[in-house]
Design a protein around this ligand. Structure first.
Ligand code: ADP
Ligand code: CDP
Length: 208
């Protein structure tokens, strides 16, 4: 049963919470591609690198052993013995990650790590259904208005909702080239739904 389910969507649309719920229900892991872009960004910032310069960043990433641990309960990223996960949702990382993700060399570095994983799994991000796993058996794309997404994220971060909404819109704009529903993907507006309703709708779609 080498099934791959892809769940793409824009920033704070609910991808990781929904993917976790779907993965637990199916008894398989989920894979957060965004965490690898975030880890690349965090390591680049730490090393004092210019995030606009892909070559130096990639050279740095190839020196540090990075490992994505795709558990159903939540993904973790390690560099050797160090667990980076807790540092990947800082505002500085949010602000830099779309620049890092715009470099084709960095995208290839992330894609290679994802394609090396053994199915079954749920993969979530921006381009899982379009680019990385075009042969996935079931594809979904989550959306919600910027306000709804900002309110959800404001419940998890210290910043105020207007600042978060502005930052989300900026990131949506920068991510627009790699963030679109895959052909055949079921698009779900999560705005009027609860988390459990979104998970249930996806599970129904997977069974069809
Ligand atoms: P993403 O991975 O797309 O950034 P997250 O899953 O990290 O999104 O964040 C979404 C947040 O919104 C979580 O705290 C989640 O519990 C909450 N949430 C509330 N309602 C919903 C819903 N209907 N669908 C998805 N997430 C929801
Ligand atoms: O959770 P949130 O949607 O805020 O972010 P994420 O999924 O962790 O992704 C962080 C960033 O990584 C996005 O804003 C994109 O710039 C990039 N990304 C990407 O380009 N392609 C992916 N498949 C996943 C993430």
């Amino acid at each position: 049963w080498g099934v791959i389910v892809t769940i793409d969507g824009n920033a704070a649309s609910g991808k990781s919470s929904v993917s976790g719920g779907v993965a637990r229900a199916l008894g398989i892991p989920y894979v957060s591609s965004g965490l690898l872009y975030r880890a690349a960004t965090r390591l680049g910032l730490e090393a004092g690198l210019d995030l606009e310069r892909a070559e130096a960043l990639l050279a740095h990433l190839q020196k540090v052993p990075l490992r994505l641990e795709p558990l159903a309960g939540g993904n973790r990223v390690w560099t050797g013995e160090r667990d980076l996960t807790g540092e990947l949702h800082q505002s500085a990382v949010d602000a830099g990650v779309s620049v890092v993700a715009s470099h084709p060399e960095i995208r290839a570095w992330v894609d290679a790590q994802l394609r090396a994983l053994t199915p079954p799994f749920v993969a979530e991000g921006r381009d899982m259904g379009t680019n990385v796993f075009p042969h996935a058996q079931a594809k979904f794309y989550l959306t919600a208005s910027p306000r709804v997404r900002a309110e959800r994220r404001a419940a998890e971060r210290p910043e105020d909702v207007d600042a978060i909404e502005a930052a989300l819109k900026e990131r949506d704009h920068r991510d627009r080239l790699q963030s679109a529903p895959a052909p055949g993907a079921r698009v779900i507006d999560t705005g009027p739904l609860t988390l459990d309703e979104v998970i249930a709708e996806i599970l129904r779609g997977v069974e069809e």
